[in-house]
Design a binder for this molecule. Structure first.
Ligand SMILES: NC(=O)c1ccc[n+]([C@@H]2O[C@H](COP(=O)([O-])OP(=O)(O)OC[C@H]3O[C@@H](n4cnc5c(N)ncnc54)[C@H](OP(=O)(O)O)[C@@H]3O)[C@@H](O)[C@H]2O)c1
Length: 254
C-alpha cells in the first residue's frame, strides 16, 4: 500500500475553480481520490471538472456561494444525499480586500471574515457532524496564510481572518481528535494565482517577492497541492492541529 495515496476517498474542495483549490483537486485526483468541486460559478466548475475527468474516476460539481453561511448545512446535507459523505475537506475558498484599516468599510471586513473564517467553521462542523454520526473518520485541511503568523500594511481583515483559521484549526483538531477527524492547515507563502494578479503585475512587488523569498520565486498551486495530499493521506495519520508553512522559506528569514 502506498501511504501517500488516497485511493477511493471522496474529497470536497472549496474554491476549486482555479488557483490553490483547483491545484489541490488535481493532485488529490492524481493520488486516487474522487472529487467534489465547489465554487460559485457553475460554468467555471464544469470547465475545471472537464480537465479533472481525464485523471479522476468521479468528478462532481457543487456550485454554492459560501458567503451564504446560513445555507451551508442544508446545501451540504443535500450533497451528502446525492453524492455521498466526503471524508476529506479542503477549505480553500477565500478572498482578499486590500486597503488601509482606517479606510476600509465594515462591509469589507464582514465579507472577508464571513468567507475566510465563518464559512470554514460552518462547513467544517457540518462535515464533522456527518462523519461523527456515521462513525467514520476524516481529514480537514484548511488553507491559512503567511498572514496567519505575520502582517503587512493594508491587509487587516485578511490577516485577522487567517489568524482565525490558524487557531480554528487547532481548536477543531483537539475537539475532534477523539472522533478520528484530523484537522490541519497549510499556510502558503506568495503564490501565483488570480488572488494576487495586481501584485504579480506590479514590477516592484514582483521583485520584492523574488528577493525576499529564500527560494527566489512565487510559489505555484502545485507547490501547495502535494502537501495537501500528504495531510489527507495515511502518511499523516499522527498529525493534527498543525499549521504547516509552505512558503519557500519566507518565515525562516528576515
Ligand atoms: N495566492 C496566495 O498567495 C495565497 C497565499 C496564502 C493563502 N492563500 C489562500 O488560498 C486560498 C485560495 O486562494 P487562491 O490564491 O487560489 O485564490 P483564487 O485564485 O482567487 O481562487 C479563489 C477560489 O475561491 C472561490 N470563491 C471565491 N469566493 C467564493 C464564495 N463566496 N463561495 C465559494 N467559492 C468562492 C473562487 O471561485 P468563484 O470565484 O468561481 O466562486 C475560486 O475558486 C484562499 O483561502 C487564500 O486566502 C492564497
Amino acid at each position: 500500500m502506498n501511504r501517500f495515496r488516497v485511493d477511493g476517498k471522496l474529497a470536497l474542495i472549496t474554491g476549486a475553480t482555479r488557483g490553490i483549490g483547483l491545484g489541490a483537486a488535481r493532485a488529490l485526483a492524481l493520488a486516487g481520490a474522487d472529487v467534489i468541486l465547489v465554487g460559485r460559478n457553475r460554468f467555471e466548475l464544469e470547465h475545471a471538472a472537464d480537465e479533472l475527468r481525464q485523471i479522476a474516476r468521479h468528478v462532481h460539481v457543487a456550485p454554492y456561494d459560501l458567503s451564504d453561511t446560513s445555507g451551508i448545512e442544508e446545501w451540504f446535507n443535500c450533497l451528502c444525499t446525492t453524492v455521498g459523505t466526503p471524508e476529506i475537506l479542503v477549505n480553500s475558498a477565500g478572498i482578499q480586500k486590500r486597503g488601509a484599516a482606517i479606510d476600509l468599510s465594515l462591509d469589507d471586513w464582514h465579507s472577508v471574515m464571513t468567507l475566510n473564517a465563518t464559512a470554514v467553521f460552518e462547513l467544517s462542523r457540518t462535515f464533522a457532524r456527518h462523519l461523527i454520526g456515521e462513525k467514520r473518520t476524516g481529514r480537514i485541511i484548511n488553507i491559512a496564510s503567511l498572514m496567519t503568523a505575520a502582517a503587512r500594511p493594508g491587509t487587516s481583515p485578511y490577516t485577522a481572518s487567517k489568524g482565525a483559521v490558524g487557531q480554528l484549526t487547532k481548536a477543531l483538531a483537539v475537539e475532534w481528535a477523539q472522533n478520528g477527524i484530523l484537522v490541519n492547515a497549510i499556510a502558503p507563502g506568495y503564490i501565483d494565482t488570480e488572488l494576487n494578479k495586481s501584485l504579480i503585475s506590479d514590477p516592484t512587488f514582483d521583485s520584492w517577492v523574488k528577493s525576499r523569498c529564500p527560494l527566489g520565486r512565487w510559489g505555484t498551486p502545485e507547490d501547495i497541492a502535494w502537501p495537501i495530499v500528504f495531510l489527507a493521506s495515511p502518511a499523516a495519520n499522527f498529525i493534527t492541529g498543525q499549521v504547516i508553512f509552505v512558503d519557500g522559506g519566507w518565515l525562516a528569514t528576515f
